[in-house]
Design a protein around this ligand. Structure first.
Ligand code: AMP
Ligand code: GLY
Length: 423
């Protein structure tokens, strides 16, 4: 079978790496891909939201399965585009249809879904420019810190956590009235602040059944000790050491089951990954957010631990036979550490040559913002490379990743030296 992965990050390199190990995969394509995917697949220079260009390549290359990496094409309806096209309707797409992708595309939609299906989450209310005054009044009823969320997609920047009531009111006005996040903040969800430790749960579903992948924890802030600006993710660990069997059972019964049942009850067809961002409050899990795709860099630790053939899993998802699949998981811990361009997540330079890749033997370097230029691998983004390692313990895995990183360099390379510090 010929397969296409959409996206260009470390997540997509990891998908391509795993898929390329399957005997069920004939030709593998990645659009647009990066220097890592180029080594194991054919890169197609097309944008992930250019559906017509994707259609042309799919037909030309006889592609039968598409894995959608990022959320944008899903929220814009790529799955529906395929289903509604006579020439494409039998091609399997891994990723939900537009209606269900609203779980990530709209915070309010996600909150209403959780309320409807009794899924534990923070109390909230949502506001539009017309009821700004009610928003101020609602803020006054809450205790600090105040959590404001732009309803729509805002490239991971749409959540503000503020300690001061006046700041919260000012930001609320900027979001609603001054379009701080463009149309994404035309509606704002204000939430109760939840105090606890975060982790992520990844679920595969074919719309009927589900399978739970290993948990992971990512490190979102740029600075050590979880300080500074939010990023796409600076590192990840799997499994999450504090997720005991009892706690995992709570996640499955209180959150995963009602989520999958809720999708069915609401008639939201879903073939794909459900990424549930959780927070452990006391001994109980609560949902912070849904994403309708895998996480990045969580994929770089979750998929390497999966021993089952990923293409076999995708085929089963496409054929609604996921219940027949047994997931085999590597018992070892996996960690990944992200190398980023100095300055990220603000302005940074690109085009810096990456040295030492050939000398890394104990870790897997998953390329993210990296491309091949005149035979050299150079930086092309903020997050450049995720260095994944295995260990009997997460401490051992982390140590291996740092030893591999010692062999790598590029101008102004930065990484967090404290991944796993809080476990
Ligand atoms: P989100 O984009 O919804 O994942 O939010 C980004 C980050 O904000 C999360 O990863 C949490 O660290 C934090 N956050 C979001 N909602 C809450 C909440 N209700 N209480 C505490 N922290 C939150
Ligand atoms: N690492 C968080 C995300 O992929 O959204």
């Amino acid at each position: 079978m010929n397969i296409l992965v959409l996206g260009s990050g470390g997540r997509e390199h990891t998908f391509a790496w795993k898929i390329s190990q399957s005997p069920l995969c004939n030709s593998l394509f990645v659009a647009p891909g990066n220097s890592g995917t180029l080594e194991i697949a054919t890169n197609l220079p097309i944008a992930v939201t250019d559906f017509e260009a994707i259609k042309a390549e799919v037909l030309k290359n006889n592609i039968k399965l598409i894995i959608v990496g990022p959320e944008d094409p899903l929220v814009q309806g790529i799955h529906d585009f395929f289903l509604n096209d006579e020439a494409l309707k039998d091609i399997k797409v891994i990723g939900p249809q537009k209606a269900a992708a609203e779980l990530e595309g709209s915070k309010e939609f996600a909150k209403e879904f959780m309320m409807r299906h009794n899924i534990p989450t923070a109390a909230y209310q949502s506001f539009t420019p017309e009821n700004l005054e009610d928003g101020y009044k609602f803020l006054e009823t809450l205790n600090a810190p105040y959590v404001l969320k732009a309803d729509g997609l805002a490239a991971g920047k749409g959540v503000l956590i503020l300690n001061d009531l006046d700041d919260a009111k000012r930001e609320l006005k900027e979001m609603l009235v001054d379009s701080k996040f463009g149309s994404a903040s035309a509606k704002v969800v204000i939430e109760e602040f939840l105090d606890g430790i975060e982790l992520s749960c990844f679920v595969l579903t074919d719309g009927k059944d589900y399978k739970i992948l290993p948990t992971a924890k990512d490190y979102k802030r740029i600075g050590e000790g979880d300080t500074g600006l939010n990023t796409g993710g600076m590192g990840a660990v799997s499994p999450v050491p504090f997720a005991t069997e009892d706690f995992l059972n709570k996640i499955e019964n209180q959150i995963v089951k009602p989520t999958i049942e809720g999708l069915k009850k609401d008639n939201l067809p879903y073939v794909g990954f459900v990424f549930i961002g959780l927070i452990k409050v006391g001994d109980d899990p609560k949902v912070i957010e849904y994403n309708v795709r895998m996480g990045d860099p969580e994929t770089e630790v979750v998929l390497p631990r999966l021993k089952t053939d990923l293409v076999e899993i995708f085929k089963a998802m496409g054929n609604q036979t996921l219940k027949d699949i047994t997931l085999k998981i590597d018992e070892r811990a996996a960690t990944t550490i992200m190398l980023v361009s100095g300055g990220y997540p603000e302005a940074y330079e690109k085009g810096k040559e990456i040295y030492g890749l050939d000398t890394v033997t104990d870790s897997i370097p998953f390329h993210a913002g990296a491309r091949l230029e005149d035979g050299k691998t150079v930086t092309s983004g903020g997050r450049v490379m995720a260095i994944t390692s295995f260990g009997q313990t997460y401490e051992e895995a982390i140590k291996k990743s740092y030893q591999s990183i010692d062999k790598l360099c590029f101008d102004k390379m930065y990484y967090r030296k404290d991944i796993g510090f809080d476990l």
